[in-house]
Design a binder for this molecule. Structure first.
Ligand code: NAD
Ligand code: TYD
Length: 349
């Protein structure tokens, strides 16, 4: 099978690509990635020489480039991960999110509609987020059938893309799958998201910004567990179905950050990391709580999360400690500019 992985140089993408390249030598994995600030070829350096791996740098919204790639490497499956993925950036500049998440997705769908005509052995797999379901109060879960209610520019753009994928399935018979997953964490995550940002600030002994009172809840999953679920669904998921992926691990932000501080002190012998926690002005429109009931059919297929939260956090902390060069390479001028825009005045009080 020839598999395109869009966004394969990003955080989840690089784990997925490594998993597919190593476990399916008979498949050809083609990464399509624009290498934005969030994409990094160094993330894929250990598969760069693999015979079943090809990298192609392009914007998924560029129809000419996508068509040219289709001519040389026509796919049997598209695992679509390329996206602008950070809520805070979507609040600062929503337009980029429409370009990649909506127009980029439609560009791929249009090609698939024309070039996969009458094929039922192919699949367009849209990797999406639980954030499309909106925000929960203290009770309840997102489950299959929960209506979409996106509330940030990021989740609105992902919801729009999900709806287009379903519309192409309904209208043109495109074989598709969608999965909506909770908050991923693990090695190679860009340090704008809560967990890697906390670890870097611990390493650099900088204040750790927590929005509001830290009472917002996210449902966390180790990235490799998400990757195993995508693989399972690619091979055995029902076409035309939308799956929820989660490790049933909802936690308050303050508890996540406090646990990271404790584990960091245990691993490094540092002291008093908890004192770095700093409450700052809340995110505008901050969704209160996410919690996921994983799809029954995914569980019937035998998928279970394998990495406990403590174990995943330990592995993640160790990875950042062991990879100062990776950190130096991503903490560019662009990152420092973003950090100042996002946190400068909040942290100065
Ligand atoms: P990421 O931001 O780390 O990586 C995104 C990748 O997409 C980067 O490699 C970037 O270069 C690439 N990209 C961006 N715009 C592009 C364009 N126009 N053309 C081609 N490539 C482009 O994101 P991630 O955290 O790895 O998320 C991957 C996917 O999973 C996204 O679709 C996201 O919505 C979804 N998702 C993420 C999470 C999470 O917690 N991170 C949870 C659920 C779903
Ligand atoms: P984030 O990692 O940005 O993921 P998402 O917004 O997609 O859930 O944020 C996770 C939670 O942590 C969210 O409730 C916002 C909060 N948060 C902070 O409190 N401080 C921060 O510096 C960041 C980046 C996030």
């Amino acid at each position: 099978m020839r598999i395109w992985v869009t966004g394969g140089a990003g955080f989840i993408g690089n784990h997925l690509v490594r998993h597919l390249v190593r476990n399916y030598p008979q498949d050809h994995i083609i990464v399509v990635d624009a290498l934005t600030y969030a994409g990094n070829l160094a993330n894929l350096s250990d598969v760069a020489e693999a015979p079943n791996y090809t990298f192609y740098k392009a914007d998924i919204a560029d129809a000419t480039a996508m068509e040219a790639l289709w001519q040389t490497h026509p796919p049997d499956a598209i695992l679509h991960l390329a996206a602008e993925s950070h809520v805070d950036r979507s609040i600062l500049s929503p337009r980029h999110f429409v370009h990649t998440n909506v127009l980029g997705t439609i560009t791929l769908l249009e090609l698939a509609r024309g070039l996969w005509k009458d094929r039922s052995d192919v699949v367009f797999y849209q990797v999406s987020t639980d954030e499309v379901y909106g925000s929960l109060s203290d009770e309840g879960f997102f489950e299959e059938g929960t209506p979409y209610d996106p509330r940030s520019p990021y989740s609105a753009s992902k919801a729009a893309a999900d709806h287009f994928v379903r519309a192409y399935g309904h209208t043109y018979g495109l074989p598709y799958l969608i999965s909506n997953c909770g908050n991923n964490y693990g090695p190679y995550q860009f340090p704008e998201k809560l967990i890697p940002l906390t670890i870097l600030n611990l390493m650099q002994r900088k204040p750790i910004p927590i929005y509001g009172r830290g009472e917002n809840v996210r449902d966390w999953i180790y990235v490799e567990d998400h990757v195993r679920a995508i693989d399972r669904l690619l091979r055995a998921g029902r076409r035309g179905h939308t799956y929820l992926i989660g490790a049933e691990n909802p936690r308050r932000n303050i508890d996540v950050v406090s646990r990271l501080c404790q584990l960091y002190d245990e691993i490094t012998g540092s002291q008093d990391s908890l004192s770095l926690i700093t409450f700052v002005t809340d995110r505008p429109g901050h969704d209160y709580r996410y919690a996921i009931k994983p799809s029954p059919h995914l569980l019937e297929l035998g998928w279970r999360p394998q990495v406990s939260f403590d174990e995943g956090l330990r592995q993640t902390i160790r990875w950042y400690l062991d990879n100062p060069d990776w950190i130096a390479a991503v903490q560019t001028g662009e990152y420092r500019h973003y950090y100042e825009m996002q946190y400068g005045s909040r942290l100065r009080g």
